[in-house]
Design a protein around this ligand. Structure first.
Ligand SMILES: *Cc1c(COP(=O)(O)O)cnc(C)c1O
Length: 822
């Protein structure tokens, strides 16, 4: 942070009045995340309110950890005991206060600030501009895509006095948001990347969206834009005076006229300025989007006065930006976090945070290259060492010269290699066993080679799980119920195919209250992988009673017979076991029926060892309107049954009835808890709120071979695929053994290859499937999307007469699951 703050300054900036213990020192750090605190005694914790939690809930723990200053909502009562040990500044709204502090910090930075917005490319332009400028300057930039109301303040707190330029990204999703971002970023130089044509929620027209975004540049001296984008150009010219604009275009008349000569793998970019000065650059890309993004970068670098040779040097090393942090299965049960695109402390912090959220493994290992951040190396690496210390790593492997400075801070845990090559030569893959390994390095170190060495071989097919989308969906359902209503998440059937351990772990960090699995084994496996949430087992069997006890699993009891058996088991072992009672109100699968309640009451009396944690029922048709009357009948019957049981209990179990569809249709019956299933995975089965969920999983494979076939040729077993006029087919590395349903045979299914639909031709084989690509430009090694954002599971299920549940859970466990944050 640029400027340390006293309590008086904080009071002035936020309008709050400090209470509690006096704090004589200065604040040098600001955190909004209780897990991300480096120097607690100098850190201000800002308690933000989110959909699921209030940061203020963490205050007691944080005080224990040494924190002394807190910014809280004024309606939150402060415990006088806590106030004896810490300073509290109550404000109307903590987020606004955080933003006010950010604006102040920004005002302390007198060097240029570049602000970037637009629909697409803003993160890439920010990253690339950062890379090019860092050939000549020390650059601060927003980590990843931290461009929101909270992301921007955090980005600003990352700016240090030694930085010579800051690049900040701004993103908005509805009217009125840019105003706040603009006040914080207040860019000297602006870049408007482009505008997407898609209609976005939150805006009534594209023009309105452009005008909102342009507010970022209200006070900028200069704004760079592409004049070939007609709408953008029109709005910009109407809003800004000509002297403030720097335009580029492929056509004459702009400040920079750009022509691109594409070669094999490179493009020669020629920029002619209006004074006829000409600049020529070689860039390592040939696609249109990259050329557009790089042109923004070059014009910005020239405007900031960077020398031509160093711009060219920076451009040479640009690589496609894959900002995603990816979690992959590694060798010997290790887990790998792949962050092979990182070059500064801010990015390292995000990656370490992701590391700390994973389920526990034997050791935490960091493989880190030199950071390409310019600045005084002593300072940078001392800051890095503080950061690493706060995350408690077991081993650190440095690659490069500068990073070797870490040895002084970690004499026993640090080893150093001069180059990636040297590390690869001496690496012993067997030394990694059941470890969590974060591989994070700057582009030129090509750390993907280390990832390749340490990850499990992935055969052509992968299921990618977007953890941000999962969070989004969880929060969506959370918002449909009262804040105090508990969330149980169904992670049965390998978490609907998504991978139980990783998803359960993510749910644990998101604040789910309960998990449920179908069988005891599934629960045991979650416990062995470090999941601590309470786990309900829907269908336990007598043989697993020992496991239930040993692994702290909570069985569902659904029949008098089973109640008796479990009860006697608990008596014999003299233990208490929490159980859940399934009440059958119409499913007629498992569960106690109304007529069995008397019998059940006797059992409850006879076996006080079985404490009833919850009572629930399950709806049979909540997804469909036509069953409305039946569903309401079920809910009423459930209320009667649970009241009858409650009468004989001297404690109150949790009661719950709603699955995903029920949450949408009957929120008035949320009771104490809801049971979220398919909705978390991105399918809204009632169809009412489909657009508000995000697609979580993408099933992908690759083309193994492409064949040109003559007229009359047939494809696959039983000659079912016919090409009367000949054509071109691709063989995909997925078959019914991977879970690609054989009913997709003969044109029922299709996949996406390079954005185009390719229909299945002939019968799906065990490990392979052939698709018709007569009209598609594709080659061996290209990717094929089986389902994902662009191919909905509902649509695919309809094609073959099944439901998304079956498609999701059919994916074989041999398909590798890869998790990422974007
Ligand atoms: C699977 C299951 C759910 C979740 O159902 P969704 O339709 O996936 O939301 C809830 N309750 C019980 C008892 C279940 O078996």
């Amino acid at each position: 942070m640029l400027s340390s703050l006293s309590i008086t300054q904080l009071e002035e900036l936020t309008g709050g009045k400090a209470q509690g213990k006096e704090f004589p020192g200065l604040i040098t750090q600001i955190s909004i995340d209780s897990r991300q605190i480096i120097q607690p005694e100098q850190c201000l914790f800002v308690a933000l309110r989110g959909v699921k939690a209030d940061g203020a809930d963490f205050i007691p723990t944080l005080i224990q950890a040494g924190l002394r200053v807190f910014l809280v909502h004024q309606d939150r009562t402060i415990d006088p005991e806590l106030a004896k040990n810490a300073t509290f500044i109550p404000v109307k709204n903590t987020r606004n206060a955080l933003q006010a502090i950010a604006s102040f910090q920004r005002s302390q930075f007198i060097k240029p600030v570049v602000g970037i917005t637009g629909s697409n490319g803003k993160t890439i332009v920010k990253e690339w501009l950062g890379q090019v400028l860092s050939q000549s300057f020390t650059v601060a930039k927003s980590p990843k895509s931290y461009n929101s109301q909270v992301g921007v303040p955090l980005s600003i707190f990352g700016i240090q006095a030694y930085h010579q330029v800051a690049i900040l990204e701004a993103g908005v999703s509805k009217l009125g948001e840019m105003h706040t971002l603009s006040a914080m970023i207040s860019p000297n130089l602006g870049i408007f990347t482009n505008i997407g044509t898609a209609h976005e929620e939150g805006f009534s027209s594209i023009e309105e969206k452009i005008r909102e975004k342009l507010q970022l540049f209200q006070n900028s001296q200069l704004l760079i834009y592409c004049r070939d984008q007609a709408l953008v150009s029109k709005e910009i010219q109407e809003t800004f005076s000509k002297e403030r604009l720097i335009s580029w275009s492929e056509k004459p008349g702009a400040d920079f006229v750009v022509s691109a000569k594409k070669q094999e793998t490179q493009t020669k970019l020629i920029l002619i300025k209006s004074d006829l000065n000409t600049f020529t650059f070689q860039i390592p890309f040939t696609d249109t989007a990259s050329i557009e993004n790089i042109t923004h970068v070059i014009v910005a670098a020239l405007t900031l006065g960077q020398e031509i040779p160093s711009i060219q040097e920076g451009l040479k090393h640009l690589k496609p930006v894959d900002m995603r942090l990816t979690l992959k299965p590694g060798l010997n049960d290790s887990l790998i976090i792949d962050d092979t695109y990182n070059n500064d402390i801010a990015g390292l912090k995000v990656a370490l945070e992701f590391l700390s959220q994973q389920r526990p493994k034997r050791r935490k290992i960091l493989i880190l290259s030199d950071l390409l951040q310019q600045g005084i190396p002593e300072k940078i690496y001392s800051e890095v060492s503080e950061l690493i210390k706060s995350y408690g790593l077991d081993q650190i492997i440095g690659v490069g010269g500068d990073v070797s400075r870490l040895r002084d801070f970690f004499p026993n845990q640090f080893s150093n290699y001069p180059t990636t090559e040297a590390l690869l030569q001496s690496i012993d893959t067997d030394a990694f066993q059941n470890d969590l390994i974060l591989i994070t390095g700057a582009r030129p170190f090509a750390f993907e080679r280390i990832v390749n060495r340490l990850q499990q071989r992935i055969h052509g097919t992968t299921l990618e799980i977007n953890l941000n989308a999962l969070t989004h969906n969880f929060n969506f359902y959370k918002r449909q119920v009262k804040p105090e209503t508990k969330m149980m998440v169904m992670v049965k059937a390998f978490a609907y195919g998504g991978g139980a351990a990783e998803i359960a772990n993510h749910l644990q960090t998101m604040g789910a209250d309960y998990l449920a699995v179908a069988f005891s084994d599934e629960g045991v496996s979650l416990r062995k992988q470090g999941i601590r949430l309470p786990i309900m087992v829907l269908n336990p069997v007598e043989e697993s009673f020992d496991l239930l006890r040993e692994f702290d699993l909570e069985p569902v009891v659904f029949s008098p017979d089973f109640f008796g058996k479990l009860g006697r088991y608990a008596q014999n072992h003299q233990i208490q076991l929490p159980i859940h009672l399934d009440l059958d109100t119409g499913m007629h699968r498992l569960g106690f029926e109304k007529l069995q309640l008397e019998e059940l009451k006797v059992l409850i009396h006879s076996f006080p060892e079985l404490g009833i944690a919850s009572l629930y029922t399950h709806l049979v048709g909540a997804d469909e309107e036509e069953h409305e009357e039946f569903s309401l009948g079920q809910l009423r019957l459930f209320m009667e049954m649970k009241e009858e049981l409650e009468e004989i209990l001297d404690y109150r179990p949790l009661v719950h009835a709603l699955n995903s569809a029920g949450i949408i249709r009957y929120p008035e019956f949320q009771m104490d808890m809801v049971r979220l299933g398919i909705g978390l995975y991105g399918v809204e089965v009632t169809g009412k709120r489909d657009a508000e969920l995000k697609s979580v999983s993408t099933l992908k494979t690759t083309i193994s071979q492409v064949k040109i076939l003559p007229p009359g040729a047939t494809v696959g077993y039983s000659r079912k695929g016919k090409l009367p006029h000949g054509g071109k087919i691709a063989t995909l590395a997925i078959g019914y053994a991977d879970g690609y349903d054989r009913r997709f045979s003969q044109g029922k299914g299709y996949v996406l290859i390079n954005g185009k639909k390719a229909s299945v031709i002939g019968n799906v084989c065990m490990d392979m499937t052939m698709v018709d690509i007569s009209d598609i430009d594709a080659k061996a090694g290209d990717e094929a999307i089986i389902y994902g954002e662009q191919i909905s599971l509902k649509e695919l299920g309809d094609q073959i007469g099944t439901i998304p549940y079956e498609l999701l859970t059919n994916i074989s466990t041999r398909v590798k699951r890869v998790y990422y944050l974007d």
